[in-house]
Write a protein that binds this ligand. Structure first.
Ligand code: BG6
Length: 474
């Protein structure tokens, strides 16, 4: 019993929230660089506010983030001391192709990641690399309107091929697109989409989705050709939908809403468009422009494993009544009276992780990987900078117990677990630094002030023991 011996314990970050060095080393701008902290962030994320130029009135949290660009050696040492087996990171597309589709890749960018990957190797940490984590080059948004245009597929595939080749010996676990279903909820973040008046928004979103699905399948194909040992995963913003009551209408709504999110993974893991999606397109007059070979590309290049983020479950109803709602990862939900909430209103539901694992495993019969999970909290350090985050330990412990049960009792195949924001990074939704997830405190505030000093929290020492005992000591 217990978790498999080679279970991958780890932590995750993403380039746009950790690296900084926005214009250093020849890097070009990406979509999330242009998302300021404050009131306009939401409209920009939705693609309803066109904001493709940098403005001095705004503060852009990604510009410096936690400056991993200059701190990566120190950071990796801290991760190694924790005993991490795997580190999930993303590459910044525009560090390698500043305009997204340049003739020649930027050697300085390639070298930067090579150094990180070598450092990880030296420290015995397996990298899990996301190709695009909320990352659409601004030059391609200006040129093509982002993923609405088919030419994005070629640009993405060239970028993928370049890094698969360059890091052939250094990386074996890859994710193609982070939380691919975000495209439907925050189209600028997921696809660089900005809408004009009169645009058929649903049509544009699903066309962009088709391009991402084809690009992801082509990347999977190339990764396998370049190295047979490469394992490629898709990535879903997870969390199942619960019916608000046992009324049949609520249950049916929950099924429909799950389908709405799993749509992408259905294609990436099974290799074809599910019939409920084709019916939706028919009903809503969505006509996709598809090339002859697309069907075959999707069918022949399904992913090796299914990864997902899990922060909360969601509650829905088939009735349009006046419910109390709450925020959650990416989209709103009816407030579940049986669950506590974080300071940001995300509902805490460890057992929901076990249900999600069951649901995904039953649906796809492929190994799963939890690549994000954690508690965003406003940590209060003492004078020395130390944070006693028992609340975070409690949150993670309960989620680990839940996935262990999914593995040991329900028989789910699980490759690993990477907690989100292994060190504090800027928040994707709000841009805040004060929404902290890390086991390592980073001294920086919402205005970008602070020494950037890294200080292990209580949870750091706790997680180290969890890893060393393969999840037996919680
Ligand atoms: C996921 C993203 O949506 O959730 C991460 O993949 C993000 O990038 C995480 O940081 C937590 O969300 P937030 O908004 O609290 O940072």
């Amino acid at each position: 019993m217990g978790l498999p011996k080679d279970f991958l314990w780890g932590g995750a970050t993403a380039a746009n929230q950790a690296e900084g060095g926005m214009l250093e080393g020849g890097r070009g701008l990406t979509n999330t660089d242009l998302m300021p902290i404050g009131d306009d962030r939401k409209a920009i994320a939705l693609g309803t506010l066109d904001n493709l130029e940098r403005r001095s009135a705004y503060f852009y949290p990604s510009e410096e983030a936690i400056d991993m660009y200059h701190h990566y050696q120190e950071d990796i040492k801290l991760l190694a001391k924790m005993g991490l087996k795997v580190y999930r990171m993303s590459l910044s597309w525009t560090r390698i192709f500043p305009n997204g589709d340049d003739e020649i890749p930027n050697e300085e960018g390639l070298l930067f990641y090579e150094k990180i990957l070598l450092e990880l190797k030296k420290n015995g940490i397996e990298p899990l690399v996301t190709l695009a984590h909320f990352d659409v080059p601004v030059a391609l948004i200006k040129k093509y309107g982002g993923w609405r245009d088919r030419r994005m597929v070629d640009a993405y595939v060239r970028y993928a091929k370049t890094v698969f080749t360059r890091y052939r010996e250094l990386v074996h676990y890859w994710l193609t697109i982070n939380e691919i279903n975000i495209l439907l909820h925050q189209p600028f973040v997921g696809g660089g989409l900005i809408f004009k008046e009169g645009d058929n928004i649903e049509q544009i979103k699903y066309q962009a989705a088709h391009h991402q699905l084809v690009a992801s399948a082509l990347a999977t194909k190339i990764a396998h050709e370049i190295n047979r040992n490469n394992l490629i995963g898709c990535m879903l913003a997870g969390g199942s939908h619960y019916p608000y009551t046992s009324r049949p209408e609520d249950y049916l709504e929950a099924i429909h809403r799950d389908n709405g999110e799993y749509f992408f993974i259905d294609v990436q893991a099974r290799g074809y468009y599910p019939r409920y999606a084709l019916k939706k397109f028919e009903r809503e007059n969505i006509v996709l422009s598809v090339e002859t070979e697309d069907e075959r590309i999707l069918r022949e290049n399904t992913v090796d494993f299914v990864s997902f983020s899990y922060y909360c479950s969601r509650t829905v109803s088939g009735f349009d009544e006046d419910y109390a709602t709450t925020t959650g990862n990416l989209f709103k939900s009816i407030k579940n009276a049986y669950l506590p909430s974080t300071e940001w209103g995300w509902q805490i539901d460890p057992l929901g992780l076990r249900s999600s694992l069951n649901m995904l495993y039953n649906r796809y019969q492929k190994p799963l990987f939890i690549v994000e999970n954690g508690l965003g909290a406003n940590d209060l350090p003492d004078e020395s900078g130390y944070v006693e985050d028992d609340y975070r330990i409690d949150y993670i412990r309960k989620h680990i117990e839940a996935f262990k049960d999914a593995v040991e009792i329900d028989g789910v195949e699980l490759l690993g677990y990477t907690t989100w924001g292994i060190l504090d990074v800027t928040a994707a939704s709000t841009g805040q630094m004060s929404k902290r997830y890390g086991f390592i405190y980073v001294d920086r505030d919402d205005e970008g002030k602070g020494s950037l000093k890294r200080i292990p929290k209580k949870s750091y020492h706790w997680y180290k023991k969890v890893i060393a005992s393969n999840g037996e000591v919680l």
